[in-house]
Design a binder for this molecule. Structure first.
Ligand code: PGA
Length: 260
């Protein structure tokens, strides 16, 4: 896996109120130890209303889990009722922000252009975007998966420097595998993650391609994580459903202990 440290991220989506969030981060902290954090970077992405509570637990108990957000608005401030800016997230010690999740793209109409603006806003506030890409089932069946992902990479990362791209996280999430229990085979997931790395190499150079971390997401579970995470171009996972349970998520974080 080159020398890229895997990043396992838990995307809680619209689940867990702040009481449940506190319990979950406390249980997770209990389940993981310093060797786990040496091997793997870990982030949790609670809903906005939980961020302050989770930050407080992380800080007061010195938990080496990074705080993440699920979304952000691209503007710095202003008349955007209901939105949250990157500087607000940064003040809460948020380190990673998911941008362009397929649910945001599909349900809230986010285009590659908007995703690009959001990625820039996150970077400007000194945080790391996790930029999501992925094809629909129709696109996969119509042999368009690679071209769809290529256009999402080009559009979402447009204008970023090679150095910036090298520090990013990209999450490959085939839409048909999200929340469905269907997982891409480890070969298919590896093939697309290698494709993403070669696209990045073509446009931003070998150094950026060698250091960018590429996560796989879509029904990652304790049972399939070891094989998926063993693929050469997969540098971690973006985990939805299975991240809501601290024990399941800890087992995913500890995929290396279950690899054969
Ligand atoms: P899932 O979600 O693990 O529940 O499939 C993944 C995601 O949407 O990030």
């Amino acid at each position: 896996m080159a020398d890229r440290k895997p990043l396992i991220s838990g995307n809680w989506k619209m689940n867990h109120n702040h009481f449940e969030a506190i319990q979950t981060i406390q249980k997770l902290a209990y389940a993981l130890n310093s060797e786990d954090y040496d091997a793997v970077d870990v982030s949790v992405h609670p809903p906005y209303t939980d961020l302050r509570s989770v930050q407080t637990v992380i800080q007061s108990d010195d938990v080496p889990v990074a705080l993440g957000a699920q979304n952000v608005h691209q503007a710095e401030s202003g008349a955007f009722t209901g939105e949250v800016s990157s500087s607000m997230l940064q003040k809460l010690d948020v380190a990673y922000v998911i941008v362009g999740h397929s649910e945001r793209r599909e349900l809230f109409g986010e285009t590659d252009e908007v995703v690009n603006e959001k990625a820039n806003a996150v970077l400007a506030a000194g945080m790391t975007p996790i930029v999501c890409v992925g094809e629909t089932l129709d696109e996969r069946q119509g042999d368009q998966a690679e071209s769809k992902v290529a256009s999402q990479i080009a559009g979402s990362l447009a204008g970023l420097s090679a150095e910036t791209v090298g520090d990013l996280v990209v999450a490959y999430e085939p839409i048909w595998a999200i929340g469905t229990g269907e997982t891409a085979s480890s070969e298919d997931a590896q093939q697309m993650c290698a494709h993403i790395r070669s696209l990045i190499s073509d446009q931003w150079g070998a150094a950026a391609a060698g250091s960018v971390r590429i996560q796989y997401g879509g029904s990652v579970k304790p049972s399939n994580a070891p094989e998926l995470m063993g693929q050469a171009d997969i540098d971690g996972a973006l985990v939805g459903g299975a991240s809501l349970d601290a024990d399941d998520f800890a087992r995913i974080v500890n995929f290396r202990l279950y690899q054969t």
